[in-house]
Design a protein around this ligand. Structure first.
Ligand SMILES: NC(=O)c1ccc[n+]([C@@H]2O[C@H](COP(=O)([O-])OP(=O)(O)OC[C@H]3O[C@@H](n4cnc5c(N)ncnc54)[C@H](O)[C@@H]3O)[C@@H](O)[C@H]2O)c1
Length: 332
């Protein structure tokens, strides 16, 4: 069993991963600055309230606690905001990552799992997106993740880091016991927004209905958050199984993580109607700038190398757990 530092563990994906790791018998310590995360989402045996790049706090933590692996979820991830505040995004998502890695290497911790994103690919057209497709981010957010990946490749080559970047498509749903779930403010993700609209009995805005897709709305790949969590554990086991650390012989690997199925906005709304038993009203509005028509993963590499699996009936699982979570949030 491993002892894992979960950086960004008070946020949506980080807390779901913490829940998964604890259930599998691992030990979890969270470091988070609570900038978008929540104290109520903290799980595990300890919490450090600090920024990822707060060298003094991280150094003090590493001198007290011994970690086998660091999982780094901490980032700002609003595409529109990143266009307006690129400096803040580069500072938070790249500089803070570099400072964290610096302290890790100094402390002799060389196992690292990084949250990357399909946003690094930009608009790759109709094909399923495999790891080797050209990278062409359409926002500073995507650029920061690509820059962080480049940094990891360099640390692997020259400093013996064993790193895996997991590029998620649309993380969705809540972990089965509803200990934690999605709680963003503002919420920009489709499924929680549709379910909130149901609870508040108001229409859902659909951005654009003239895309070159079967029903004219954007197609996305929704991946269940606990399937992502399982992939993090598998990636960690993979790098922990490697022989003793050689400062000249690290490795950086990347995997695309999606369900490999695409659903349009209208198909998601229809499934939300089925799960909630409520009719959902729609308002069609202008396209949002920078939304590619279709983003669907090819996760063959992760299936083969990590044993990555999408659970059966993933979309129903996603929307049912997200609905349970929205109702729990409303009642608490
Ligand atoms: N949610 C998705 O669908 C999705 C898709 C692709 C990639 N990602 C990536 O996954 C990661 C997690 O996403 P999320 O949806 O859980 O986001 P989130 O905002 O819910 O969680 C991020 C957490 O990191 C913390 N944080 C941010 N900057 C920090 C810093 N400098 N130091 C310490 N803590 C900091 C926040 O307080 C928050 O708890 C992000 O890196 C994001 O870019 C998410």
């Amino acid at each position: 069993m491993a002892k894992v530092l979960v950086v960004g563990g008070a946020g949506y994906v980080g807390s779901a991963c913490s829940a998964w790791l604890l259930d599998q018998g691992h030990r979890v310590w969270v470091l988070d600055d609570l900038s978008t995360g929540h104290r109520s989402a903290l799980l595990g045996e300890g919490f450090t309230h600090a920024r990822a790049g707060d060298s003094a706090a991280v150094r003090a933590l590493f001198s007290r606690e011994k970690f086998d692996c660091v999982m780094h979820f901490a980032a700002r991830s609003l595409v529109g905001e990143s266009v307006l505040k690129p400096q803040e995004y580069f500072e938070n998502n790249v500089t803070q990552t570099a400072l964290l890695l610096d302290e890790m290497i100094r402390a002799g911790i060389r196992r690292f799992i990084f949250s990357s994103t399909c946003a690094i690919f930009g608009n790759p057209g109709n094909q399923k997106i495999s790891e080797h497709l050209p990278k062409a981010p359409m926002s500073p957010y995507g650029e920061t993740k690509l820059n962080a990946e480049a940094l990891l490749a360099d640390c692997a080559k020259n400093q013996g880091l064993h790193a895996v970047a997991l590029r998620y498509f649309n993380a969705s749903g809540a972990e089965a016991q509803l200990r934690v779930g999605e709680k963003h403010d503002p919420e920009t993700h489709l499924i929680p927004n549709v379910l909130k609209a149901v609870l508040e009995d108001r229409p859902v805005s659909v951005f654009g209905n003239d895309y070159p897709t079967p029903d004219g709305t954007c197609v996305r790949d929704y991946i269940y958050v606990s399937d992502l969590a399982a992939a993090h554990e598998a990636a960690m086991k993979r790098i922990l199984a490697r022989p003793a650390q050689d400062p000249k012989n690290g490795l950086f690997e990347v995997f695309n993580l999606g369900s490999e199925s695409g659903y349009s906005v209208l198909e998601i709304i229809q499934t939300c109607e089925k799960v909630t038993g409520k009719k959902i009203k729609i308002t069609h509005v202008e396209r949002r700038p920078g939304d590619p028509p279709r983003l669907v993963a090819d996760s063959a590499l992760a299936r083969r190398e990590l044993g990555f699996k999408v659970r059966a009936d993933s979309l129903n699982q996603i929307i049912s757990t997200a609905w349970d979570w929205e109702q729990k949030k409303k009642d608490s």
